[in-house]
Write a protein that binds this ligand. Sequence first.
Ligand SMILES: [Zn+2]
Length: 342
Amino acid sequence: MLKIYSTLTRKKEEFKPIKKNKIRFFVCGPTTYDYSHLGHAKTYVQFDVIVKYLRYKGYKVFYLQNITDIDDKIIKKAFEENTDWKKIAEKYEQAYLEDIKKLGVDSVNKYARATDYTKEIISQVKRLIKKGFAYKISDGWYFDLSKDKEYGKLAKRTAQEADDAVSRIDENTEKINKGDFCLWKFSKQNEPAWKTDIGNGRPGWHLEDTAITEKELGNQYDIHGGGLDLIFPHHEAEIAQMESISGKKPFVKYWLHTGFLQINKEKMSKSLGNFLTIKEILRNYNKNIIRFLFISSHYRKPIDFSEETLRQAKNTLQKLNEFMVKLDNYKSKVKNNKKVDL
Ligand SMILES: [Zn+2]
C-alpha cells in the first residue's frame, strides 16, 4: 500500500486516486521573467522522480505544469529592458525548458501557458462574481475572504492570520479584508490588457492555475505539488477559488510540498551573493550528481547545497556505479557456472 503525506491533513494517508490507477498531477511552474535557480531545480527534479516512481508502480500519470507568462514581474522587466513583455516571457520560457531538459526532467506531459487560457480565466472570474465571492474596486476584481469560512485550512492559519499576512502585490486600501487577493487586474496605460465586459485587464496569478487545471484536469484532481513557499497564499487561494466555483470538496486530494534549498547553510538570495542559476551549476557539475543530491534526502526536507554535499553525492554515486558493475559481473559468472569470488 502506497502512503503519501498531504499538507492538507498534515499526515500520511493511504494513496487512492479518484479514478482507479489514473493520477492527475499538477505542479506550479515558473514565472518566466528571469533564469531559473537552484531552488527551482530541486523542486522540479524531485517531482520528476516522484512522477517516474508512480509510473513505475503502474499508475497512469498525466503530469501538467503551468507557465506564468503574464505577471507584474514580467511587465516590470519589460519596462526596465525597454522591450515587449511577450519577448521577456518567451525568452525565459525557452531558457527554463532548456535548463530542466539538461537536468533530465522529462516526465511532464503538458506545459500550459497562462495566456492560452484567458477564456477560461475570464469565465472563472465571472462565475465568482455571479456567486457573490468577488467584488470590484478601482484596480480590479477581488476575492472576498469573509465569504469563505474555510480559508486558511491548507496553511493552518485563521482568517485573522491570513488577513495579517497581506500580499504585497495586491495592496489597496479599498479592499474589504486586508488579505483579499486579486482575481482580475485592470490595466493601466501601456500595460497588456485583454478586452472583456468585466473591464480590460489581466489575470491574477492564483486564478491562472485554477483556470488551467479546471480545463485540463477537471474541478477535482489527485495531486498538486509545489515549493513550500507556495502554500500561502498561492495554494490557499487556489482552493478558495475552485471550491467556491464548483462547490465540490476537496479541490485537490493530496498536496505535496518540497522543502527549501540552502546554500552553505544560508538562504539563497541575490543580496547574499550566493544565488545560483541552473545554467551556472550545470557548467560545473554533471546533472546526475545534482539529481542524486536532490533525491538523497526526503523531498519535504531542506537540502544544504555546498561543495561538500556535492562531493559526498559524487562519491556515493560512484560507489553505486561500481556496485552495479560488480553485480553485472556476478550475474554473468553465475549464469556461466563459474566460480564466484565474494
Ligand atoms: Zn501555481
